[in-house]
Write a protein that binds this ligand. Sequence first.
Ligand SMILES: Nc1ncnc2c1ncn2[C@@H]1O[C@H](COP(=O)(O)OP(=O)(O)OP(=O)(O)O)[C@@H](O)[C@H]1O
Ligand SMILES: [Mg+2]
Length: 412
Amino acid sequence: MEGSLPWGNMRIILFAGKGGVGKTSIASATGLKAAGMGYKTLIMSLDIAHSLSDIFSLDKGLMDKNKGMPVKIEDRLWIQELDIAEEIQRNWGDVHKYIASLFHTAGLDEILAEELAILPGMEEVSSLLYINQYVKEDDFDVIILDCAPTGESLRFISIPATLEWYISKIFKIERRVVSYIRPVAKRFYDVPLPEDEYFKALESLFVRLEGVDNILTDPTITTVRLVTNPEKMVLKETQRSFLYFSLYKMCIDAIVMNRILPGKIEEAYFNDWKESQKRYLALADEYFSPVPIFPVVLFQNEPLGLESLKSFGENIYGERDPTEQVYTERPYEFSQKDGKFYIKIKLPFITKEEVELNRLPEEMVIRVGGFKRHILLPRYVSAYKDVTAKIDGTFLNIIFGGKSDGKEKSQR
Ligand SMILES: Nc1ncnc2c1ncn2[C@@H]1O[C@H](COP(=O)(O)OP(=O)(O)OP(=O)(O)O)[C@@H](O)[C@H]1O
Ligand SMILES: [Mg+2]
């Protein structure tokens, strides 16, 4: 049955959640089970503090030798832990060189400048390059992504949308401006301006990233599984992640509730823990429904190595195919009806007061708390004058009305 995915040609499952909740263990168990079922599977770590190889109890030497490329560890199972130094050589050459030269000019020691020129986001962009390549070349049936703790994984998923914005708004202008001012600036400033190689390198990165946005937001390919624990603070963060992934149009197909105390523990010492876990499980149901919750028990020991991870996988999925798309719903849609334009966004856990909308000529900026998202608008939407928001169950409807050709009356 090798390669015969019942759900389509390709499956990407992203495991995200707060620090220490069990993402890497669950991602590993999922990948191992997928490979066991006949799928050619890659587990890729998106966390700079890689721990995949530790969880599989692999020799560090084996990983080092492969310089951040996929390493085969079982039948049909590969793992990949990116090596940022290698990635800079492979993908970032002229971009890195320019940034390092800026730091060096600013007076930093050359070695330090080289080191600092590893910018936040480079690692994430590198993983996106691989994902895009693997999908386009059809290298794997299943790709499992083991994320860094929440904040950083949000940076990862924000990159495709930000890049689209950067390319369409900034990049072209920047390049033009630099080519105009370079001859003059060279005479007056000490700061080096980027040479055309810098732009060429960036452009080639953009080209190689093209389409990755669609891959990550297509629920028939990519889904997110939020790993959580039945504890107050963890659940709170999971609610937030749920909202943010939804804003990025990503489909969350399951919540994995890890570290549940098994019923067979009878010691009175754990009674309060068991009670509070029960309460949080019920609460989680209210928070995340209709997205299903997968309960996972606290093991007697750490699930490390193939055998232990296998039984961990059985505990999570039982007879289920771990690549199944458990739940598919687009959290975000554009539509048009009766002369109005709608953006419907799945945004659970918010009230109207929390949402701040800011209309710019070509885009809509949605702000919820400290979070911000740009949505590029189709050109014709600029003809609409009025914007209103309406909360409808778990959806935020942004309604554009009052077309300036006078056909539509104001909504307010
Ligand atoms: N259900 C479980 N039973 C027993 N031990 C567990 C369970 N889930 C995870 N662990 C252990 O908890 C620790 C943290 O797990 P893991 O590394 O998978 O979390 P993580 O979310 O990836 O952490 P980080 O945010 O640091 O990447 C590990 O030692 C792991 O073996
Ligand atoms: Mg981890």
